[in-house]
Ligand binder design. Sequence first.
Ligand code: NDP
Length: 337
Amino acid sequence: MTNANRQITFAARPTTWVGEEHFALQTNTIPTPGNGEMLVRNLYMSVDPYMRGMMNTGPSYAAALEIGDVLSCRVVGQVVTSNNPDFVAGDFLFGMLRWEEYSIACGHEDLRKINPDLAPISWHLGVLGAPGLTAWVGMMELGQPKAGETVFVSAASGAVGQIAGQLARLHGARVVGSAGSDAKLAYVLDQCRYDAGFNYKSVSSFDAALAEHCPNGIDVYFDNVGGAMLDAVLLAANEFARLTECGMISQYNLDEPRGIHNLALFARKRLKMQGFIVRDHYHLLPQYLIDMAGWQKSGEVTYREDIAEGLEAAPSAFIRMLKGENFGKQVVQIATV
Ligand code: NDP
């Protein structure tokens, strides 16, 4: 192994759309772990929508990046050397590390060991990690779909959306999804077995599409996109509908957020909307993983990921994902085992 550690840094702050010019590739030396620390060789990294919020100076639920920072993200890696009694060289783990080939982990990065024989290790950045738990918390804890109810999921083929809809289906709901291409819609309908759906980029109006595909109205909305779709859902929602606010990706690259116009319907329809952040619910991960392992084994839940190759591909993979060009959970493979 050479002593070089390539890293991606935050080079400039975007005001609207993020581009490759906002990142830089730098080479450093591989650090030496200190007392209680480990050196981790990073194998897969995650690119996630919340990282766009970290690039702003305004409020976000993750700390703002400073120019020159190496970007932080969830990583799957393998321990090279360990001074931490809980891990030995060769262990696979996942946790919050950085966009770089080798990271020092001091044990406070929410690290968890991975059994590499259970599933592809990259899945711990998706269905067996934070996006999967996000879907579970948002759908099961907050949405609480009941048999026969209509559940609508936006960004339905994505990391969170594909799992959220399948969970609702497993609990007896009629599940409807929207996605940004015909291929994504086909995946949602045929593989994830949603009951209905539409390509939101090819419909003439969101209101008409929701009326057609949700003829009994919407009882639970799992919101991944916000914006005009949220307004249309407020019109289509039934009385006492639950709206799970997971994210508003349609707004993340705008300099001014689009306002929501149908808020008056909250009182008239007695709607309930609740936002959440997955990190407040990590204590539920062990139970979620047990449930999900069973559903994977029985074939009841499918999962798709989109793998970009090489550390230097991370900025373009991140931008592609924000533009909707990913198909499934976007990860970046940095090295092979
Ligand atoms: P995805 O894998 O779903 O990728 C993002 C997708 O968003 C794109 O593929 C695209 O799908 C869709 N999209 C992009 N721009 C728009 C737009 N203008 N209008 C509508 N859809 C758009 O990402 P994740 O599953 O990781 O994240 C989905 C949502 O969940 C995000 O809002 C994210 O912030 C949120 N999230 C929240 C968490 C929490 O703790 N609350 C944790 C993790 C994620 P398409 O082609 O279908 O448009």
